[in-house]
Design a protein around this ligand. Structure first.
Ligand code: BTN
Length: 334
């Protein structure tokens, strides 16, 4: 698919803005608003469809977005931030399209509290070298730069802390079902709702910079099997839980209001302050699981996490194992 350039984006954003009210608009009306021909309107409508948006076209009435959307908007996010968060956040960069929001921040200098968001990622990164499927205007692709003076060993458990922040934000949004899967997945009904990828640059023993990447399925409009694992989105969950789902911009602000204060005190408090909170949201707490580490397999009961965020597993011989992240994958034993 061709990439979106700045000129095309300003037109596409205007068309989406006009169609966002959920009513039909004729090609003529859209053309008048944008100062372009009906043929050009048609071209932009086709492009939106190519990007994955679902549009209805009714003869005599015009075009309508099947699901009205609100594009990412710095002003809306900024208005909803708590004062201490607003003061701490240094910069917000929003892209209609980017390879990876994590990747972008890793190329920038001075990324502390720089937030990068995108409508679409063309090479979204998941954990363990996987691709994070990132369709246009349907989900949240969020990366936050953060500088640490303590070195990575003091940051064990950071990605688990981010999981706690995501759960706190979802609870604030009224959603009770999501839970955590070690080390840093957010699940609902055993299906993936969000993933966290923390990437690091700099001196691992001293001052280093981290990029905290969060991918949150908001309203995923892709084929069920386009993603290599069972997934769920907030829209489905909100329907089940009978909740009025906040917009993506609102949710991003809620998440920042939770995450930033936790990061600001993390180096003094450490993960141990969040250990119990993490366990209280743990989907597999006390359950029998199977861990795959390369070719070896370990089965046991999940007892929780230790002060460093390592998973504590008790095997059939009553032996305790403390497992750290990396190339470990975990699944519930049937
Ligand atoms: C996982 O595999 O569970 C982690 C997925 C992390 C995806 C997010 S989306 C925003 C940020 N940019 C990326 O390229 N990846 C992370």
């Amino acid at each position: 698919m061709n990439s979106i350039d700045a000129h095309e984006w300003s037109r596409l954003a205007s068309v989406i803005g006009l169609l966002a009210d959920g009513t039909h608009h004729s090609g003529e009306e859209l053309g008048e608003h944008l100062g372009i021909s009906r043929a050009a309107v048609w071209k932009y409508i086709k492009r939106l469809e190519e990007l994955g948006l679902q549009l209805e076209s009714v003869k005599g009435k015009g075009y309508c977005l099947s699901d009205p959307i609100e594009l990412l908007d710095e002003k809306i996010i900024d208005q909803l931030l708590d004062t201490e968060v607003k003061n701490a956040l240094n910069k917000i960069s929003i892209f209609p399209e980017i390879e990876s929001t994590n990747g972008f921040l890793l190329t920038q200098s001075d990324i502390n509290y720089h937030l990068c968001l995108a409508e679409r990622q063309t090479a979204g990164r998941g954990r363990r070298g996987r691709v994070w499927v990132s369709p246009f205007a349907s989900n949240i692709y969020f990366s936050l730069g953060w500088k640490s003076v303590s070195g990575v060993s003091a940051l064990k458990g950071l990605s688990l802390l981010v999981g706690c922040a995501v759960i706190r934000a979802l609870r604030k949004a009224g959603l009770q079902k999501p839970g955590l899967k070690w080390p840093n997945d957010i699940l609902a009904d055993e299906k993936k709702l969000a993933g966290i990828l923390v990437e690091i640059r700099g001196d691992l023993a001293g001052e280093c910079e981290l990029v905290i990447g969060i991918g949150l399925n908001y309203r995923m409009q892709v084929a069920e099997d386009a993603i290599g694992q069972p997934w769920i989105d907030l829209h489905q969950l909100a329907c089940v839980e009978g909740v009025d789902l906040p917009s993506r911009n609102q949710l991003i602000a809620i998440l920042l209001n939770q995450l930033l204060p936790m990061l600001m005190t993390y180096e003094q408090l450490g993960f141990e302050s969040y250990q119990r909170e993490w366990e209280s949201c743990h989907s597999h707490q006390g359950k029998q699981v199977e861990l795959l580490m390369g070719n070896s397999r370990l089965m046991g009961i999940c007892l929780g996490v230790d002060q460093e965020g390592a998973l504590i597993l008790r095997d059939a011989n009553n032996q305790l194992h403390h497992l750290h992240g990396g190339e470990v994958s975990l699944r519930l034993q049937q």
